[in-house]
Design a binder for this molecule. Structure first.
Ligand code: HEC
Ligand code: HEC
Ligand code: HEC
Ligand code: HEC
Ligand code: HEC
Length: 181
C-alpha cells in the first residue's frame, strides 16, 4: 500500500496506542497472573516473604543442605496457620486446612525445572553466597512466582566463567561433567 504524507503519522500514532494498550494490559495483569495456576487461592510470596518477612529458608529448608530446595510440607504451613484464627475464613486458608485434614500434600505446580540430563545443586550455590534473587528474581515482591529467566545452558556457563556475583568463590567448574552425568 502507498502511504501519503498524512496517513503515515496517523499509522504511527495508532501503532503507539496499540503498544500502550499492550503495555497497560501486561501491567494490569500484574504479578498475579504470570505463573502457573496454583492449588491454593491467593498463596503469595509477597505476603509471606515480603510483607511478613518470613525467611525463604523457613519454608525452603532444603536449599542450603541438599540438591533440591523443595516446597514446604503442609505441616510447615500449619505451624503458623493453626494459630491464626483471624484468617480462617480466607478461601486459601480453608483449602490449606482441607489438605491437612485429608493428610494429602498440596499439588503445587513447578515453575523452575531443568531437563533430566542437566544437574543443578542448590547447596553449592548457597555456599557460594549467591542470593536466591540472583536466579529467581525479587520473589518477595511476587504474588505468583513466574520464571525469571530462560534457564539455558549459557546462563549457567556465563556465571560459572565469571562469578563476579559470587562473593566467596573465584571460579566455578565449566567442564561438561559438572552438569551432565
Ligand atoms: C511463619 C508463618 C507462616 C507460614 C509458615 C505460612 N504462613 Fe500463610 N500467612 C502467614 C501470615 C502472617 C499471613 C498474612 C496474614 C493473614 O492472612 O491472616 C498469611 C496469609 C496466608 C494466606 C491468605 C492470603 C490472602 O490474603 O488471601 C494463605 C492462603 C496462606 N497464608 C497460605 C499458606 C500456605 C499454603 C502455607 C504453606 C506453604 C503458609 N501459608 C505458610 C503466615 C504464615
Ligand atoms: C510461607 C512459606 C514460603 C516462604 C516464606 C517462601 N516460599 Fe517459596 N514457595 C513456597 C511454596 C508453597 C511454593 C510452591 C507454590 C508456588 O510456586 O508459589 C514456593 C515456590 C517457590 C519457588 C518456585 C519453585 C518452583 O516451582 O519451581 C521459588 C523459586 C521460591 N519459592 C523461592 C522463594 C524465595 C527466594 C523465598 C524468600 C524470598 C521464598 N520462596 C519464601 C513457600 C514459601
Ligand atoms: C544459581 C541459581 C540459583 C540460586 C542462587 C537459587 N536457585 Fe532455586 N533453582 C534454580 C534452578 C536452576 C532450579 C531448577 C532446578 C532443577 O530443575 O533441577 C531451581 C529450583 C528451585 C525450586 C523448585 C523446587 C526444587 O526443589 O528444585 C525452589 C523452591 C527454589 N529453587 C528455591 C530457591 C531458594 C529459596 C533459593 C535461595 C535460598 C534459591 N532457590 C537459590 C536456581 C537457583
Ligand atoms: C550467578 C552465578 C551462577 C549461576 C547462574 C549458576 N551457577 Fe552453578 N555455581 C556457581 C558457583 C559460584 C558455584 C560454586 C563453585 C564451587 O563451589 O567451587 C557453582 C557450582 C555449581 C555446581 C557444583 C559444582 C561442584 O562440583 O561443586 C553445579 C553442578 C552447578 N553449579 C550447576 C549449575 C547449573 C546447571 C546452572 C544453571 C541452571 C548454574 N550452575 C547456574 C555459580 C552459578
Ligand atoms: C554449568 C552447567 C553446565 C555445563 C558446564 C555444561 N552444560 Fe550443557 N546444559 C546445561 C543445562 C542447564 C542444559 C539445559 C538447558 C538448555 O537446553 O540450554 C544443558 C543442555 C545441553 C545440551 C542440550 C542442548 C539442546 O539444545 O538441547 C547439550 C547437547 C549440552 N548441554 C552439552 C554440553 C557440553 C558438550 C558441555 C561441555 C562443553 C556442557 N553441556 C556443559 C548445563 C551445563
Amino acid at each position: 500500500m502507498f502511504l501519503t504524507e498524512h496517513a503515515a503519522p496517523r499509522l504511527v500514532t495508532t501503532g503507539l496506542a496499540f503498544v500502550t494498550i499492550l503495555l497497560a494490559l501486561s501491567v494490569g495483569l500484574g504479578a498475579r497472573n504470570t505463573g502457573p495456576k496454583q492449588p491454593i487461592e491467593n498463596f503469595s510470596h509477597r505476603i509471606h516473604a515480603g510483607v511478613n518477612q518470613i525467611e525463604c529458608l523457613h519454608c525452603h529448608a532444603g536449599t542450603g543442605r541438599s540438591q533440591l530446595a523443595g516446597v514446604p510440607a503442609v505441616s510447615v504451613c500449619m505451624g503458623c496457620h493453626q494459630y491464626m484464627t483471624a484468617s480462617l475464613e480466607k478461601p486459601g486458608v480453608k483449602q490449606l486446612f482441607e489438605y491437612w485434614e485429608k493428610k494429602e500434600p498440596i499439588p503445587w505446580a513447578r515453575v523452575y525445572y531443568l531437563p533430566q540430563y542437566a544437574q543443578f545443586k542448590h547447596e553449592a550455590h548457597i555456599r557460594a553466597e549467591i542470593a536466591c534473587q540472583t536466579c529467581h528474581g525479587p520473589v518477595q515482591e511476587m504474588d505468583v512466582i513466574s520464571l525469571n529467566q530462560p534457564l539455558q545452558m549459557n546462563w549457567c556457563i556465563n556465571c560459572h566463567k565469571n562469578t563476579a556475583g559470587a562473593a566467596k568463590i573465584a571460579s566455578a567448574p565449566t567442564d561438561c561433567t559438572t552438569c551432565h552425568y
